[in-house]
Design a protein around this ligand. Structure first.
Ligand code: PGA
Length: 240
């Protein structure tokens, strides 16, 4: 399985012109990359990009109708989107997204043939194992074993996001193994072994390789560093 490097631009950059420049700089640098690179810009910039694998940062679970301000899986698919981030801690925190809502989003995405990137992670002071197990169990309720082939899990400890305080390789290794164990209990050992599990949280050029080569992550979810094309391309190179 190829490493998956996902750029989460969050609510950046400020103009479509800047987004176009960023797309172009990244596209040039990854033309023959041996890893899968996915760019998740804000919704409004999705149509600015061609020739790059696209992800969205959120979605609504209904197909269409009176849901002011929302975007459906079908709309994203129509724009060429392949992946969608769900359960990001910033959406959980600022928009009150619950595991139940995330579960509905995951099922709606899978139905439309889109690949959810399910973010999970504990905050400081939380009992990690119980928390991660609950997030996985609730977010993946009624998601079948065969569908898991299209679900990516991203382990992002909340305290490590945007802080520069990245998770140690040892702790990441333990957490990724624990996530596999939970997936194995929910599904089968084989499904758990084949699951693509990313690490995210203050990933930089200098620490990217350690998560992939030492902690056993199947890829990275990159926030801040994905806005700096030179550094992002170094991260992609580290994954090759
Ligand atoms: P960060 O963000 O790389 O800026 O820590 C990661 C994320 O929120 O996905």
């Amino acid at each position: 399985m190829k490493n998956l490097i996902v750029a989460n631009w969050k609510m950046n950059p400020e103009t479509a012109g800047q987004a176009k420049d960023l797309f172009e700089a990244v596209k040039k640098g990854i033309s023959d990359a041996k890893v899968e690179v996915v760019i998740c810009p804000p919704f409004v910039y999705l149509s600015e990009s061609k020739g790059i694998t696209l992800g969205a940062q959120n979605v609504f679970y209904q197909e269409k109708g009176a849901f002011t301000g929302e975007i459906s899986p079908t709309m994203l698919k129509d724009l060429g989107v392949e992946y969608v981030i769900v359960g990001h801690s910033e959406v959980r925190k600022h928009l009150g997204e619950t595991n139940e809502v995330i579960n509905k989003k995951i099922k709606a995405l899978l139905k439309e043939g889109l690949k959810p990137i399910l973010c999970i992670g504990e905050d400081e002071g939380q009992e990690k194992s119980a928390w991660l197990e609950m997030q996985l169990t609730e977010c993946l309720a009624e998601v079948t074993g065969p569908s898991m082939e299209n679900v990516v899990v991203a382990y992002e400890p909340i305290w490590a996001i945007g802080t520069g305080n990245n998770c140690s390789v040892e702790e990441t290794t333990t957490s990724l193994l624990f996530i596999k164990k939970v997936l194995s209990n929910l599904y089968t050992r084989e499904i758990a072994d084949n699951a693509q599990i990313l690490y995210g949280g203050s990933v930089k050029a200098e620490n990217a390789a350690s998560y992939l080569k030492e902690a056993g992550a199947g890829g990275l979810l990159v926030g801040g560093a994905s806005l700096k094309p030179e550094e992002f391309l170094q991260i992609v190179a580290a994954a090759e």
